[in-house]
Design a protein around this ligand. Structure first.
Ligand SMILES: [Zn+2]
Length: 331
């Protein structure tokens, strides 16, 4: 019963908050950007502070709502704040979906590929769509968005999508980024911005255990924090999620990411690899033009569901909502 009520309420909560995100400013002069943990209170909501920075003489927090996984940036002076270590914060917010998700990811962190949360609730009739924007010389694969908007405009507007964005992609695709922001501002799509590292290091020949972010010499601080700052500069609010380039990680790297307060997101349905999506799947496609096969599979998938979509029997789920729902009732 509780689940049903939550299903009814959550889309409302998230879409109203998404409206305020449209007004997100571009932080063009960020200084002193740093990892900073604590508890921020502004009645009636408690937030976990993850980062702190200054911009043009004002002091800001990047915060997460540990109940809904929604993030936001706001001036620090609006809150009663209590600095804490991450460990203290995690104990204090132990019963929240946010802490439970971090904890679950750490417990399953040994795998070299696809660590992190890889699916939502199997009771969901539909999927969470994630599209990766790794560095690429090709333009954004806009078919993903135009098809999604066309299929869902009558039943789910804005349609949710999580975009895993690399710093290098943002630098090289200003116009594509503006186009995406336009769709967001028009209320056509609701974007969860997932950190996909800055340089997205990759080697053609190295084995997985020394490839991607496991390459020797990787500066993980830079990979995480420079990407967040570039998102903020472009008016994007970083979410609490991280996607490993190549979906490759080891236990140590998973802990490095959770120590930034970030939740790694895997996938149980990388379409271009022939993995079939199930109810509640976190589907992975590439939006950077490098994997047209996966995008074609996604379009086919949507077209095969046209009837169910029209009857609201097959929907797209906001990644925050999926992960949140997954950990809501667990201990
Ligand atoms: Zn990638």
């Amino acid at each position: 019963m509780r689940t049903v009520i939550k299903y009814l309420l959550l889309p409302f909560l998230i879409s109203t908050s998404a409206l305020t995100l449209h007004a997100q400013q571009d932080f063009l002069n960020i200084t002193n950007y740093r990892v900073y943990y604590g508890w921020a209170h502004n009645y009636p909501q408690d937030w976990i502070i993850l980062r702190r920075f200054e911009n043009q003489g004002k002091d800001y927090f990047l915060m997460v709502n540990p109940q809904t996984l929604e993030t936001k940036v706001n001036e620090s002076s609006f809150y009663q704040a209590k600095p804490m270590t991450l460990a203290e914060t995690r104990i204090f917010f132990k019963k929240t979906p946010y802490e439970k998700a971090l904890n679950s990811v750490e417990k399953q962190s040994v795998a070299i590929q696809d660590a992190g949360i890889e699916r939502g609730m199997p009771t969901e009739t539909g999927i969470s769509l994630t599209a990766d924007l790794c560095p690429s010389h090709r333009p954004l694969d806009r078919r993903i968005f135009t098809t999604m908007i066309a299929e869902f405009q009558k039943v789910e507007k804005p349609a949710p999508i999580a975009l895993s964005v690399s710093g290098m992609w943002m630098l090289q695709h200003k116009q594509d980024l503006e186009w995406l922001k336009q769709l967001r501002n028009n209320g056509d799509i609701r974007i969860t911005w997932v950190n996909h590292s800055y340089t997205h290091r990759v080697s053609k020949n190295a084995p997985l255990k020394t490839n991607f972010l496991l390459e020797p010499g990787t500066d993980i601080n830079y990979e995480v924090l420079a990407t967040e700052q570039l998102m903020l500069k472009n008016g994007l609010v970083p979410s609490v999620f991280f996607r490993f380039p190549g979906l490759v990680s080891d236990q140590q790297l998973v802990y490095k990411i959770t120590n930034f307060g970030l939740i790694p997101i895997g996938s149980d349905a990388w379409l271009a690899k022939g993995q079939q999506p199930q109810a509640g799947s976190i589907v992975l496609i590439h939006g950077n033009g490098n994997e047209p096969v996966g995008v074609a599979d996604f379009i086919k998938l949507l077209q095969s569901k046209t009837k169910q979509i029209a009857n609201k029997q097959w929907l797209l789920y906001d990644l925050r909502e999926s992960v949140d729902e997954e950990f809501e009732g667990t201990n």
